[in-house]
Ligand binder design. Sequence first.
Ligand code: ADP
Ligand code: MG
Length: 610
Amino acid sequence: MEITATPHRRSLGLARPRVAATLALLLVLALPLTPVPGYWITLGNYIGLYALVALGLVLLTGIGGLTSFGQAAFVGLGAYATAYMTTAVHASPWVGLLTGLGVAAIAALAIGAATVRLSGHFLPLATIAWALSLYYLFGNLEFLGKFDGISGIPALKIGDMELASPRAMYGLIWSVVAACTVLVLNLLNSRAGRAIRALAQGSTMPQAMGIHTANYKLLIFVMAALLASLSGWLYAHLQRSVSATPFGLNMGIEYLFMAVVGGIGHVWGAIIGAAVLTLMKSQLQHLLPALLGSDGNYEMLVFGVLLVVLLHRARAGLWPWLAAQWAKFQPAAPGVQAPATAPEGYEALLQVQLPPRGSALLDVRQVVKRFGGLVAVNGVEFQVAAGEIVGLIGPNGAGKSTMFNLVSGVLKATQGEVYFQGRRIDRLGARRIAALGMGRSFQHVHLIPTLSVLENIAIGAHLRGSAGPVAAALRLDRREERGLLYLAAQQARRVGLGDCLDMPAGSLALGQQRLLEIARALCAAPSLLLLDEPAAGLRLQEKNALASLLGQLRAQGMSVLIVEHDMDFVMGLTDRIVVMEFGRKIAQGTPAEIQANEAVLAAYLGGIEE
Ligand code: ADP
Ligand code: MG
């Protein structure tokens, strides 16, 4: 096993920078105790408020892969909700807070439910429309004071302490930032966090792991909206008046900009980005008019240039760069560790009850798949029995991948039926089929390169846990989490990756990445493994290692369906082979029978061999 680099992951700042971060936070919190000018305190307050919104964007955009330009509108909801409740209704600011969070959550659920299932540009476009319409709504509603806004908002009170001055608000704002940062870090470091990180890979991989992608997308959209609304609540009671201007699309773009500059995939990047942009903006607002001799929003111009430079030079943002500098003085912190022993009950989960050898497992009956006029799969029938390895082979374009996707639920058959363990599955989605006990790997590996091997494999254990995001954020999931990591580590050892649990998955060779995907699938204790061209792109040595692993799994009672282009690879490995050409099954039999079959030889010699 050749392993070249052994860098530790620090991708999300989850590791030891915790000590450094705690120290930094204490320093930040102590600022108002020192005789710094009031202007500094004001800047500090704004950095904290912006960091909260950017934190939501890190979760939503950087980690979950969903872009929103509309976060300023959610800030506005939080600010206007408390402004209205405390002035018109004379309710307490705490009622204002709950109202703001409630309204933001409902709005996010409504926008999210309509858009997160749609791929691509729908969500960003919807958030732009949302930002624009809410801005005009704020500015035109009589009861929200039109474009004049609402003033006379009372100061916050905690017990007898009135937070009337910016200096007094400072402590609250930064305590909220610290608490939210910790909650988000906890969340990311859990079953739900792995599901969220898997979202950025598109939905095929997470759904094959049994992850309800639409729900998790909705979850992070709502969470980002809640963080923005919280920021708006603090803003309203700091400023004591609100108007529509700071909640427009401009500001929505600026929030995104902060997250990108700080490092959009990193929790600490939210704070760094908010700080850098706020400080720069305050300097430029003094400097540029003095230099250019006239007023104007020139800082946006400078920001635009800065963004282009950043995208060329340090696409990942400032935080990864800072972390790399830090690493020169401080040895890399260990990442998430595999527990040495299993919590009670988890050892037993390793003893999987597989169906009795020889029983019918998969039954594909007269399946047809049409793409418009093209018939990609044309009346194919075959079976897989428990405990056997079946190969599905054929020249390029024969319909193998399509067949694979029909069985795993990624595509729906035009005609025909598919049964798995006696249950009809051809109308079920990929997530439901995964939950029934079908595990799969991908022809083009789908893993999270910056995340460790152990955590990547643990994504496959999603169906074996149940802890939700709230439990994770409050660290009430620790026993289950240790159990899932234990299961993941055992599967890693089973496929021979026990020595690289700590390494970023992206640093593995392709052959090892394929093994990782098999371990990830095994985590869910499947009774059938579906492998799509697992040998493609592998060197001979890696192919042999893969074949020997699959042989071992069969000896343990596992059943495997391999879709493969490489005839040599399947000949030595499989019990039976199904051959497809132009969407039809042209032969079926033992490897020896297939090797002697005229039609197969013609298909392969006639086709273009790679
Ligand atoms: P194989 O995996 O055996 O190389 P595929 O199943 O990928 O073959 O493709 C079979 C045929 O179906 C090909 O002609 C391919 O172009 C076509 N095809 C596959 N997927 C789609 C799709 N989503 N839309 C239209 N045609 C498709
Ligand atoms: Mg294919």
